[in-house]
Design a protein around this ligand. Structure first.
Ligand SMILES: *Cc1c(COP(=O)(O)O)cnc(C)c1O
Length: 243
């Protein structure tokens, strides 16, 4: 099926700068539909599975913030990339990788247990820094995914918020895979409602909602996303499969 694959790749766009400007235009159009300012939405370039060459092309086109999902891969790639780039962790984090994660990332979007949060805080203490984090929520309760069940998150919220080196900036979710983006809308809406409940409980605003990927980011923006995490539609196909 060589021909079909080639066509697919072409359809996805082979030019990284062109893909970025098209993505920005689609984000702006979604903002307009929702009466929002495009300045409220950050495009996070998900570079997992892509080379430093591809990352440099995106950086040359003005992209500054990148997402990686494995500490080991990030540790190998980040030192080879321009120093002005900023990196965020979006994949499941194991406690024994927190020490490296605290050195590599400006934000961790995938905090999914109090145990992990405590370890991040402890490692931040040693590194004399604080870590902005997002709490990952498994809104649809899929057994294949990491993330807090909403009820559990509300139970642990105060303990998470009490950790000295963590700053909770908001929530993150990966919506279930759907063939029609519209079908992801209820999950994005649910995350936004949960954010409101967390704000009520904490008595403080949580600015960030990280939701929406290549297949569904426009719907996520319409539902209030402040960060969309886009890999395939920006860089093309990855060189390995999603685990
Ligand atoms: C891989 C990944 C993405 C990007 O997915 P695409 O469909 O390639 O845009 C976004 N968020 C997370 C957490 C990911 O692991």
């Amino acid at each position: 099926m060589l021909v079909n694959r080639a066509r697919l790749f072409h359809a996805a766009g082979v030019s990284i700068p062109e893909n970025i400007s098209q993505l920005q235009a689609r984000i702006a159009a979604a903002c307009e539909r929702a009466n929002r300012s495009p300045a409220e939405v950050q495009l996070l370039a998900v570079s997992k599975g892509h080379s430093t060459t591809a990352i440099e092309k995106a950086a040359a086109a003005g992209q500054v913030v990148f997402g990686e999902s494995k500490v080991q891969e990030a540790k190998a790639k980040i030192p080879q990339c321009p120093g002005r780039l900023r990196w965020q962790m979006i994949g499941h984090l194991q406690s024994n990788k927190c020490r490296d994660a605290v050195q590599l990332f400006e934000m961790i979007q995938s905090v999914d247990s109090l145990h992990l949060a405590e370890e991040i805080s402890r490692r931040c203490e040693q590194a004399s820094r604080t870590m902005p984090v997002l709490l990952e929520v498994n809104v649809a309760g899929e057994s294949s995914k990491f993330g807090y069940a909403p009820g559990r998150l509300l139970e642990e919220l105060e303990s998470l918020n009490a950790l000295p080196r963590l700053e909770i900036h908001g929530l993150m979710t990966i919506a279930p895979y759907v063939t029609l983006a519209e079908k992801a809308r209820p999950f994005f809406r649910e995350l936004k409602e949960l954010k409101q409940r967390c704000e009520d409980r904490l008595g403080a605003p949580l600015p960030e909602l990280s939701m929406g990927m290549s297949g569904d980011f426009e719907v996520a923006v319409e539902e209030g996303a402040t960060i969309v995490r886009v890999g395939t539609a920006l860089f093309g196909e990855r060189h390995y499969h999603r685990s």
